[in-house]
Ligand binder design. Sequence first.
Ligand SMILES: NC(=O)NCCC(=O)O
Ligand SMILES: [Zn+2]
Ligand SMILES: [Zn+2]
Length: 467
Amino acid sequence: MSTRTVVRGGLVVTASDEIHADVLIEDGRIAALAATGTPAAEAFTADRVLDARGKYVLPGGVDVHTHMELPFGGTSASDTFETGTRAAAWGGTTTIVDFAVQTKGQSLREGLDAWHAKAEGNCAIDYGFHMIVSDVREETLKEMDLLVEEGVTSFKQFMAYPGVFYSDDGQILRAMQRAAGNGALVMMHAENGIAIDVLVEQALARGETAPRYHGEVRKALLEAEATHRAIRLAQVAGAPLYVVHVSAAEAVAELTRARDEGLPVFGETCPQYLFLSTDNLAEPDFEGAKYVCSTPLRPREHQAALWRGLRGNDLQVVSTDHCPFCFAGQKELGRGDFSKIPNGLPGVENRMDLLHQAVLDGHIGRRRWVEIACATPARMFGLYPKKGTLAPGSDADLVIYDPAAEQVVSAETHHMNVDYSAYEGRRLTGRVETVLSRGELVVNRREFTGRKGHGVYLPRSTCQYLS
Ligand SMILES: NC(=O)NCCC(=O)O
Ligand SMILES: [Zn+2]
Ligand SMILES: [Zn+2]
């Protein structure tokens, strides 16, 4: 028998509206909303009442860039689908879209099946997949059509990491042409990896081995150049483009220019680029390795351009690129050679709170917070309005958020399977109190009540942000 739940008295915040409303949940979906105190709301009857007075009621966060269990640099990301989705739920995220990987010589099918096997039965929240394409062949292109039909509607290509995930311009153009035909969205890791590898070799030859050199060789200009090239390749192919983990002001400028020209070009940034900088990469005693990711952290001055991009909609999404590696035994692989430090930062648990802090700090408004963290990612990747909003018929993925609670971020208290926090000691105002996924309580007043296997696979439609 299904439970009827009513969430009473909170300020319901969506991308478009803010209203004090009661939310009725039935059969895992939002059944109705009614302004608090009105006869319509008083008429809601339920088996379970959740008191949200003084709190926000938000759609669950949608994080469209995670890498659970990703093999990288001779090791694997330390969060499994079980630990990573549990941590996501603690942080108010109720949907992830993770990246399945096609390695060289593999078919897309083999890569996708392997990721289904990792995730199935293990997730605490719902999940979908993008597909990383690292081997563009005729068969691969044909397979893209099949994957789109079964709900994998976005494909990531890399202009970086030669010899691993890298595609050359011809391979990129071919995949984009295919995407133009089948409705898929190409996601681009835009850095000139060939040039970067030259600079890496030269830096190491000069004895520049510390983590901070990772930031120096992966130059903002090489991100901007690749961003420009990806935009023009997409234009030639007649395909839309989504640039992932944008960190450089110069890359934002390329996106702005393309959007001013009316091109269907979109950009994502991540909390690490908004809140951290090359100062972290320069931390002594190899501590900077904790902050090695690609694109890299930039000098603090770049942050203003990212916030401006988010406010002006030249950047549409904030996701985490959650790709955790423990400091002990994993980041340490790069002692004496920064190029061997596995790339990636933990953050799936921190995104909603960091962005709430950005609201308090005046960078973005409250509805924009929900838009960039919930609604737009859902629309961009074909999950809306099932996910990303609170409307009749939507999945009851809902967060009761306490905007006044104080917290200090720490690895001692976080739930990600990683031995450090990129935000250690940071004081934040606001905290997730209660989380529902399809009407089931996964976090109840700061206690985990979810279960492995509750999360289901989400086939997705094509991008809904274009229309
Ligand atoms: N971003 C990063 O450093 N690691 C994950 C792989 C990627 O997104 O490029
Ligand atoms: Zn990437
Ligand atoms: Zn990534």
